[in-house]
Design a protein around this ligand. Structure first.
Ligand code: ATP
Ligand code: MG
Length: 355
């Protein structure tokens, strides 16, 4: 911290920051006098602690021992460090970086910088790295186990060799799918990459997705029913991206739907959708599966979020599909709604602006 020599301080710096100066600062500021009473709080500090704190001891609002140490250091003209202060605001804990600087007269000025977003971003980054590493590690461990067995005991056993090679192919395709999903997400999150806007018939896109998943559905005895595509549904968008949306939603409905059940894809047109303030195409993908508990619904589009990790892994899911869906729909200025009842099934509804 830069400290002016005393003779300059007393001559050119005013006794305390005038109110209009601290009011102009957009972060919470608290001015404390030499007796440790609060002289002034600016607007942001008042919203945090309440205006009634003026005149009270500063420890009424700041009690954390390390924060108090820094304020005391500043009051005593000693160097202070940044300290972390946590406060619940609107039911969410916010994290501030507290700095205390000596006042020219006596006391200290306490400044609080909200670091919550930076903390959240850092936590997301490290969770992401941990998740990716874990998801890559699992098939890698399986592969190295299989290689070991193949080069040892199973070397001369043709039947085991075939089986193990099949398992190895499965694990590598799981890894390559994970990597391509990560690359997709990365491209979708990059604001500089522009989504194509070509005129297309959404029914063609959905039909293509349905066709490519029909074997998968057949293997579970599920019938895929497409409704509302007797007439075309035109919009402006990126066919490859929209194909990914319906691939992921229909694939989920098959994976998490009931065996021998039905997955319905219903396309409707609306002249005026309130959410989009204009004409829209609504596609609802409904399954009759086990459904999703309400507490999970808001989190489903987070990267790697799975309701039942073990079950999702068994069916080959890494929890990136709905994160990709969310980004693509957002890029098309649309909406995703998820409705579900445990034991009854789920409906994932996509609302997209019509041409
Ligand atoms: N139709 C559904 N019915 C029940 N649960 C679902 C349904 N769709 C998604 N889920 C739940 O939401 C989670 C996240 O879905 P998402 O598509 O993002 O991942 P995934 O299917 O597990 O993996 P991926 O799509 O990357 O292969 C799933 O793991 C599952 O728990
Ligand atoms: Mg999925």
């Amino acid at each position: 911290m830069f400290i002016l020599p005393l003779r300059y301080k007393t001559r050119i710096v005013p006794h305390f920051m005038p109110t209009d100066v601290i009011e102009a600062v957009p972060i919470p500021l608290i001015v404390v006098d030499g007796d440790r009473h609060i002289l002034e709080l600016n607007g942001p500090a008042q919203s945090l602690f309440g205006a009634a704190m003026v005149g009270r001891h500063y420890m009424t609002v700041i009690r954390e021992p390390f924060c108090v140490q820094q304020v005391e250091a500043a009051i005593n003209g000693r160097p202070s460090q940044a300290a972390e202060l946590r406060r619940p605001i609107d039911e969410k804990e916010r994290i501030f970086s507290l700095t205390a600087s000596p006042r020219n007269e006596a006391g200290a000025v306490i400044a609080l910088i909200d670091q919550t977003e930076a903390h959240d971003a850092e936590r997301m980054r490290s969770d992401f790295v941990a998740n990716v590493s874990h998801e890559l590690k699992t098939p890698l461990t399986a592969l190295s186990g299989l290689i070991e067995t193949l080069s040892g005991a199973a070397q001369n056993d043709a039947e085991a060799r075939g089986r193990f090679l099949g398992m190895m192919a499965e694990e590598t395709s799981r890894m390559s799918r994970l990597v391509s999903d990560l690359l997709s997400l990365n491209r979708l999150e990059d604001a500089d990459v522009i989504t194509r806007r070509e005129r297309l018939n959404l029914c063609d896109v959905i039909e293509a997705a349905r066709r490519s998943l029909s074997d998968h559905a057949g293997a579970r005895g599920i019938s895929l029913v497409l409704q509302g595509c007797d007439a075309p549904a035109f919009l402006l968008g990126d066919a490859d991206q929209l194909r990914q949306v319906f691939n992921n939603l229909i694939e989920n409905a098959i994976k998490y739907g009931d065996e021998n059940g039905t997955v319905t894809i219903n396309v409707t047109r609306e002249d005026h959708a309130a959410l989009l303030r204009g004409p829209a195409i609504r596609v609802a993908v409904t399954d009759t599966g086990r459904g999703i508990g309400q507490e999970h619904i808001a989190r489903l589009t987070e990267r790697f979020y799975r309701v039942d990790r073990h079950r999702s892994r068994q069916v080959g899911g890494t929890g990136l599909g709905l994160a990709i869906v969310k980004h693509i729909i957002r890029r098309h200025r649309g909406w995703l709604r998820i409705a579900s009842k445990v034991g009854k099934g789920s409906t994932f509804t996509v609302l997209l602006p019509a041409e």
